[in-house]
Design a protein around this ligand. Sequence first.
Ligand code: HEC
Length: 146
Amino acid sequence: MKPLLSAVVAASLAIPALAAEPKDLIDARQGAFKIIKYEFADTLAAMMRGKREFDLERMKIAVNRIQAVGGVLPEAFAVESTGDNTRAKAEIWSDPDGFQAAAVKFGEKIGELSAAVQTGDKAQIGPALQAAGKTCKGCHDDYRSK
Ligand code: HEC
């Protein structure tokens, strides 16, 4: 939780004066989300559902990777960047507080998931995974086009 949250806070305080090109920001965040999905759905959720061999050490890596990769998101969304090559809705920039809140909630739930994975207890990991998954959907419903 900490790296993502602190990155979110840092980005809200200091939007870079010289920003990257919109296309590069879009590529970066889409790449980050692809990795997040791989670690969240194809690794963590797949292991919990028995679709992949349960491997606690690999699960710890997955959560760390989600947090590390998620750290790029505040910067990748810092500059308004909409268009044909992105599903980011204009609401991200017209409702920055709402988007920020969705991002913080995500960071918190991934932090709780990390704590659950550390226990190694499936009865804790399952609900934490579900709760984190809701924050993906919550943000997509409001800020990602179909
Ligand atoms: C704070 C908002 C937010 C949260 C939380 C969030 N997403 Fe997203 N996600 C987006 C937005 C916005 C896009 C569209 C990015 C773009 O196209 O520029 C996106 C795009 C994606 C994509 C498509 C990437 C591609 O190929 O272009 C995937 C997959 C994805 N998210 C998975 C997830 C998963 C899994 C989670 C939770 C573990 C999650 N997201 C949490 C906002 C969010």
